[in-house]
Design a protein. Structure first.
Length: 156
């Protein structure tokens, strides 16, 4: 009974205090069971460690973070209605197609990449990449299409 009230209080806190786009850290146990189970079925090889919620225009999104067996980070984003928004997986350079790497290098030749993340659809198809790095002493965050043809500076 006590955990039930804790879950209700956590949900009310998140609902009242979260504004659009603001991430609120929650206990992994506060993620609704059906949402967490969906994440586990999507990425069964992951060990889930933490969670956030983010208020979006169409409702609350649960962002469930974890690690793959090889140590790479991942995040599964699922709306409160159960729709998979995206699956984000840390990628190493060797996992990114050469065409994408070449396009980023051509557009940002002075960029030293420190992190790459691939965004996947529910079917696990790559829909885009995020490249984070340093260029001329400044951090830069790029959104790159799955084929590397579109590159834009992210507007966090």
């Amino acid at each position: 009974m006590k955990s039930k009230y804790g879950l209700i209080i956590t949900f009310l806190f998140v609902a009242v205090h979260a504004t659009a786009g603001e991430e609120v850290r929650i206990d992994l146990h506060a993620v609704p069971g059906d949402i967490l189970e969906k994440a586990r079925k999507l990425m069964p090889e992951a060990t889930y460690k933490s969670a956030n919620t983010e208020a979006e225009a169409d409702g609350l999104v649960y962002e469930i973070q974890g690690l793959l067996a090889d140590g790479r980070k991942l995040e599964v984003d699922i709306s409160e209605s159960g729709k998979v928004e995206e699956i984000e997986v840390e990628f190493t350079h060797d996992l990114v197609p050469a065409a994408v790497l070449n396009a980023v290098e051509a557009a940002y030749p002075d960029l030293t990449v420190t992190f790459i993340e691939a965004s996947h659809s529910e079917s696990k198809k790559v829909i885009g990449y995020e490249f984070v790095g340093q260029q001329n002493g400044k951090q830069i965050d790029l959104d790159v299409s799955a084929d590397g043809r579109k590159i834009a500076v992210a507007d966090d």
